[in-house]
Ligand binder design. Structure first.
Ligand SMILES: CC(=O)SCCNC(=O)CCNC(=O)[C@H](O)C(C)(C)COP(=O)(O)OP(=O)(O)OC[C@H]1O[C@@H](n2cnc3c(N)ncnc32)[C@H](O)[C@@H]1OP(=O)(O)O
Length: 474
C-alpha cells in the first residue's frame, strides 16, 4: 500500500505537467461546451442551488504581509473582491454567513463587522458560524439551507482566519481578580484584592491549535494517526513535496483565478500571490526535525499545513435567480453531509467517513468522481485517510460495510496542491476547495467534484459539486 501511494504520487506530479493539462487547455481555447457523460444528479432542494463564483485573498504565512491588519479587514477584502468579480450589486445580497475559528474578541460576529466595513447596507443581516476547519463549508451549506427553505434568494458565504494576532488571555486567577476588582465598592476592598496578586497570576494563557476535550494539539494527533495507519515519514514528505510541486505548477500557469489582490496599508504594490508554496528537495525535507513529538514524531513543519492568514467569499443562489440576473454559475451545489467521530483517535479522519457517505447518498461510485479536493491538514492525515478508505478492516470495523471503500484515483486528487502548500486559514479553506473544484471541473472537462475535510472536534464534511453548463474557469 505504502509503495503504491508513493508510486502514484510520483506519477501524478509527472502527468500533471504534461499531457492532461495541455489537453484541457486546448479544449478551453476552442471554447468547448460541457459534454455531460453521466446523468445529472438529483436536485434535493427544489431550487437547483448554484455556486455562482467565489474569491479569496492570497493566503499568506502568518506574520508576513497581513500581520498588522485585523481579521474583519481581511474579510472585507474578500467581500469586496466577490462583488467586483461577479458584478453583483451589494444591495441584492439577502444574507451573509461567514466563518471564523479563532475569534477576534472585538468582532465576535465578524460576518456583520466585515459586511459593514465593506459598505453593505446595515439592513443586510449577517451571522458568524464556527465549525473549526470546515467553517466556510458550514457557511455555504447554511446558505443552501436558507435558499431551500425559501427564506432568502441570494447568499454570500465565506470565512476568515487570522493567525498573526490571536486573543491571548490573562490567567484564570488574574481574570477573576480583575473582574472582582471591577466590582469592588471601597478603596479597602480594592487594595486587599491588589495585595492578593501573586507572580503566577501574570502567566498568560496562550491559545493552542489543540483539541479541547483531549488537550492534544492537532499535530500530536496527526503523528499518532499516521503511526496507526503506518504512514512513514518518507511517505509524508513525498506527499508534502507533491502538494508544493502541484501548487507551484498551478500558480505558474495562472490557474488560481479565485485570487483577488489585496492592497495592504503602508505597503507598496499589492499582495497578489500565495506565499507559502515552497518546492524543496527530498533531502531538505528529510533533514527537518519533528515539530510536535520529539525526537521520533514524523510530522515536521514541511509536512504540516502552516499557520495562515486569509479570507474567502462566494455567492450562492438558485439557478433561476442567477439566470434572472444574467450571471453564469460555476457549479451546482448538489449534496453535502457532515460526519462526526471519536475526537481522540479519529480526530482527523473526516474524509474516510464523509466520502463514502456522500457517494452512497448521491448514488455515485468512486470512478464517477472527476475531481477530488480534499483538505490537507497534515500529509500524514491525508495518507491515513487514503489507507483507511482502502482497508477492508476499517470498512468492517468502523463503517459497517463488508468491503473497503477503495482508493480514489490520485491522478484526480488535489491536482493544484492543497492546504499543505497553498495554506490553511482555517475558516477560509472551504470556499477555496469549492472554487478549485469548480475551476478544475472546467479545465479537466469533468462533471462531478468531491470536496472533503476533517475538522477539530472529530468532525468532517463531504460535498458534491456538479459543473454548470455555463461554467468558465476565470
Ligand atoms: C483539521 C485541521 O486542519 S487541523 C490542522 C490545523 N493546523 C495546524 O495544526 C497547524 C500546524 N502547523 C503549525 O503549528 C506550525 O506550522 C508548525 C509548528 C508545524 C511549524 O511552525 P514553525 O516551527 O514556526 O515553522 P517554520 O516556518 O519556522 O519552519 C521550521 C523549519 O522548517 C523549515 N521548513 C518549513 N517548511 C519547509 C518546506 N516546505 N521545505 C523545507 N523546509 C521547510 C523552515 O525553513 C524552518 O527551518 P529553520 O528552522 O532552519 O529556519
Amino acid at each position: 500500500m505504502a509503495s503504491q501511494i508513493s508510486k502514484s504520487l510520483l506519477k501524478v506530479s509527472h502527468v500533471s505537467s504534461t499531457a492532461k493539462f495541455d489537453t484541457a487547455r486546448r479544449a478551453l481555447s476552442v471554447g468547448a461546451a460541457l459534454q455531460q457523460k453521466k446523468k445529472s444528479l438529483l436536485d434535493r432542494t427544489g431550487k437547483n442551488v448554484v455556486l455562482v463564483d467565489g474569491v479569496r485573498t492570497p493566503f499568506l504565512v502568518s506574520f508576513t504581509d497581513y500581520a498588522k491588519m485585523m481579521p474583519h479587514e481581511l474579510a472585507r477584502h474578500s467581500l469586496l473582491g466577490l462583488l467586483q468579480k461577479t458584478g453583483i450589486s451589494k444591495d441584492l445580497i439577502d444574507y451573509i454567513v461567514y466563518g471564523t475559528v479563532i475569534q477576534e474578541v472585538k468582532t465576535s460576529n465578524i460576518g456583520r463587522e466585515a459586511a459593514l466595513a465593506a459598505g453593505f447596507s446595515d439592513k443586510t443581516p449577517a451571522h458568524t458560524v464556527t465549525m473549526a476547519c470546515i467553517s466556510s463549508n458550514r457557511a455555504i451549506t447554511t446558505g443552501v439551507g436558507m435558499i431551500a427553505a425559501g427564506a432568502y434568494d441570494i447568499i454570500v458565504a465565506g470565512g476568515v482566519e487570522f493567525m498573526s494576532d490571536v486573543p491571548i488571555r490573562h490567567s484564570r486567577k488574574m481574570r477573576s481578580l480583575l473582574l472582582r476588582l471591577n466590582r469592588a465598592k471601597t478603596l479597602a476592598q480594592r487594595l486587599s484584592l491588589i495585595a492578593s496578586i501573586r507572580p503566577d497570576f501574570f502567566a498568560p494563557e496562550l491559545p493552542a491549535v489543540a483539541e479541547f476535550s483531549s488537550g492534544e494539539t492537532m499535530g500530536h494527533s496527526a503523528v499518532r494517526l499516521a503511526a496507526a495507519f503506518g504512514a512513514s515519514r518518507q511517505e509524508q514528505d513525498d506527499y508534502a513535496l507533491r502538494s508544493h510541486k502541484l501548487a507551484h505548477e498551478a500558480q505558474q500557469k495562472g490557474y488560481f483565478t479565485d485570487l483577488m489582490p489585496v492592497k495592504v496599508d503602508g505597503k507598496d504594490g499589492v499582495v497578489d500571490k500565495d506565499n507559502g508554496i515552497r518546492v524543496s528537495t527530498p533531502e531538505q525535507l528529510a533533514k527537518l526535525k519533528p515539530a510536535f513529538i520529539k525526537p521520533h514524531g514524523t510530522v515536521t513543519a514541511a509536512n504540516a499545513s502552516f499557520l495562515t492568514d486569509g479570507a474567502s467569499a462566494c455567492l450562492v443562489m438558485s439557478e433561476a435567480k442567477a439566470k434572472e440576473l444574467g450571471l453564469k454559475p460555476k457549479a451546482y451545489l448538489r449534496d453535502f453531509t457532515y460526519v462526526a467521530q471519536d475526537p481522540v483517535d479519529q480526530l482527523l479522519l473526516g474524509p474516510a467517513y464523509g466520502i463514502p457517505k456522500i457517494l452512497d447518498k448521491a448514488g455515485l461510485k468512486m470512478s464517477d468522481v472527476d475531481t477530488w479536493e480534499i483538505h490537507e491538514a497534515f500529509a500524514g492525515q491525508i495518507l491515513a485517510n487514503l489507507k483507511a478508505m482502502d482497508s477492508d478492516w476499517f470498512a468492517q470495523t468502523y463503517l459497517g460495510r463488508q468491503t473497503k471503500v477503495g482508493a480514489p484515483d490520485l491522478d484526480k486528487w488535489n491536482k493544484w496542491g492543497g492546504s499543505l502548500s497553498i495554506g490553511h486559514p482555517f475558516a477560509a479553506t472551504g470556499v477555496r476547495l469549492a472554487m478549485h473544484t469548480a475551476h478544475r471541473l472546467v479545465r479537466e472537462d469533468g462533471q462531478f467534484g468531491v470536496i472533503s475535510a476533517c475538522a477539530a472536534g472529530g468532525q468532517g464534511v463531504a460535498m458534491i459539486l456538479e459543473r454548470h453548463p455555463d461554467a468558465t474557469c476565470n
